[in-house]
Design a protein around this ligand. Structure first.
Ligand code: FNR
Length: 378
C-alpha cells in the first residue's frame, strides 16, 4: 500500500526487486570481478540452477476463507523470538559491493530487527560491525581455523561483541572450482579484501613475523593455510562447545546422516545449505535435500535453510517443508551494491512484504500453520 500510495505522488521504489532484474541491474553496476564473484557458482553452475529448479517443482496450494487478514510472522529460533523467519546469510568481502560493506548490512538488519550473520571473511572487523549493529540481533559465522588459539580468540571477540549464536560453515574447507573467478583471476581475499577479521585478530597477528600491513603476501599465505584443510572431525566440535557458551549451528548440511551426527554432537541447529551452489557442482538442489533432513532431526534441533531463496513464495515453500527459518544471500548483496544500507533494507523489506502477502493469500495466518499439505509437486 505504501508503495502504491507513494506512486500516486510520482515516487517509485529506488530499484527493482524482481529477482532476475535485480541481478541484471547489479551486473550493470558492478565490474565483472565483483559481479561474478557474487552471482557465480561452482563448475558448470548446475547446482545454482538446481537450487531454483527445486523451488519450481513444488507449488503452493492456496486455501480460501481462512481468516488470514491478520498475520503474525514471528518465529522462535534457537530460543530467541525473531520478527520473521528470515535472516541475512553470511556473505564475506562485502566491501567489493559497497564501501560501507558489512556496516551497511548490519545497520539495515538492525533497522528491520532481522538477524545478520557476520562472515569470518568480513571486510570490517567484528567490533566495527557490532557497533554498526547496535541493539540489532547478530550471529557470528565461523570458518573454522586450523589454529585453536586463533579460533578461541575469534570466538571470544564475537561473544564480547554481542554475537549470540555461532554458525559453523563446514562446506568450504577449500574454495571450489569457480570458472568465472578463475577466468578473471579474481579472488577478493588475495587482494586483501575480506581479511579484516583474521588480520585484526591479536593472536593471528602474533603468529606473523611482520604485521599484515608490512607483509601482505605472507599474511595472506598464513590466512589461506589457516582456513584450508579437512583435518577436522565430528569429535572436534567439542572444542567449539568449550569455547562458545551460546547456541551452535552447523551450516552446509545436505545429508540426513550428517544432520543426525549434528544432533549426536550436541549441536543446537543446522542450516540445510549448499552455499548457494558455490561449492559442489552437480550437488542436489538444497530444497530437495530438506524433507529427508527434517524427517530425520526436525523434532530435535532447529533446521534452517538457505540456497535459492528469492521470493516470498520460496520462503513459504521452505517453511512448509519443515524449515524453521531461511537465510537469504545474493539478493541482499545486490541490494548492497545498489545503495548500501538503504539498498539492503529495500530488498529485505520487500522480501518480507512479499512473504507476508503470499502467506496470507495462500490461507495461512502464521508460519506455524504451514506444513507439507500446503504444497503439491508440480
Ligand atoms: C556466500 N556464502 C558464505 N557463506 C558462509 O558461510 N561464509 C561466507 O563468508 C560466505 N560468503 C559468501 C559470499 C558470497 C558473495 C555469496 C553469494 C555467498 C554463502 C551464503 O551464506 C549462503 O549460503 C548462500 O548465499 C545462499 O544462497 P543464495 O541465497 O545466495 O542463493
Amino acid at each position: 500500500n505504501e508503495i502504491y500510495l507513494q506512486g500516486l505522488g510520482g515516487a517509485v521504489p529506488p530499484f527493482t526487486t524482481d529477482p532476475d532484474a535485480l541481478e541484471q541491474s547489479a551486473r550493470d553496476r558492478l565490474g565483472p570481478g565483483p559481479f561474478w564473484y557474487v552471482a557465480g557458482g561452482a563448475g558448470s553452475g548446475a547446482t545454482v540452477r538446481a537450487n531454483r529448479e527445486a523451488f519450481d517443482r513444488v507449488r503452493i496450494v492456496p486455501r480460501m476463507l481462512t481468516n488470514a487478514t491478520e498475520r503474525h510472522l514471528g518465529v522462535s529460533v534457537l530460543g530467541t523470538e525473531l520478527p520473521a523467519p528470515v535472516m541475512l546469510a553470511p556473505v564475506g568481502v562485502q566491501s567489493i559491493l559497497h564501501p560501507d560493506g558489512e556496516l551497511a548490512t548490519a545497520r539495515a538488519a538492525a533497522e528491520l530487527g532481522v538477524p545478520m550473520v557476520l562472515s569470518t571473511a568480513s571486510s570490517h572487523t567484528i567490533e566495527e560491525v557490532a557497533e554498526a549493529s547496535g541493539d540489532g540481533p547478530r550471529w557470528y559465522q565461523l570458518y573454522w581455523p586450523n589454529d585453536p588459539d586463533v579460533c578461541a580468540s575469534l570466538l571470544d571477540r564475537a561473544r564480547k561483541a554481542g554475537f549470540t549464536a555461532l554458525v559453523v560453515t563446514l562446506d568450504t574447507w577449500t574454495l571450489a572450482w569457480r570458472p568465472h573467478d578463475l577466468d578473471q583471476a579474481y579472488l577478493p581475499f588475495l587482494r586483501g579484501v575480506g581479511t579484516a577479521i583474521p588480520f585484526s585478530d591479536p593472536v593471528f597477528r602474533a603468529g606473523l613475523q611482520k604485521s599484515p600491513e608490512d607483509d601482505l603476501p605472507m599474511a595472506i599465505l598464513r590466512w589461506v593455510q589457516l582456513f584450508t584443510g579437512t583435518d577436522k572431525s565430528w569429535d572436534q566440535l567439542a572444542f567449539l562447545r568449550e569455547h562458545w557458551d551460546g547456541p551452535i549451528v552447523l551450516k552446509g548440511i545436505q545429508h540426513a546422516d550428517d544432520a543426525r551426527k549434528a544432533v549426536e554432537s550436541g549441536m543446537d541447529g543446522i542450516v540445510v545449505s549448499n552455499h548457494g551452489g558455490r561449492q559442489v557442482d552437480g550437488a542436489v538442489g538444497s530444497l530437495d535435500a530438506l524433507p529427508s533432513i527434517v524427517d530425520a532431526v526436525g523434532e530435535q534441533i532447529d533446521v534452517l535453510f538457505d540456497s535459492g531463496i528469492r521470493t516470498g513464495a520460496d520462503i513459504v515453500k521452505a517453511l512448509a517443508l519443515g524449515a524453521k527459518a531461511v537465510m537469504v544471500g545474493r539478493p541482499y548483496a545486490y541490494g548492497l551494491a545498489h545503495g548500501g544500507q538503504v539498498g539492503v533494507k529495500h530488498v529485505v523489506r520487500s522480501l518480507l512484504a512479499d512473504f507476508d502477502l503470499t502467506l496470507g493469500l495462500s490461507g495461512h495466518r502464521s508460519p506455524a500453520e504451514l506444513g507439507p499439505d500446503a504444497l503439491r509437486l508440480a
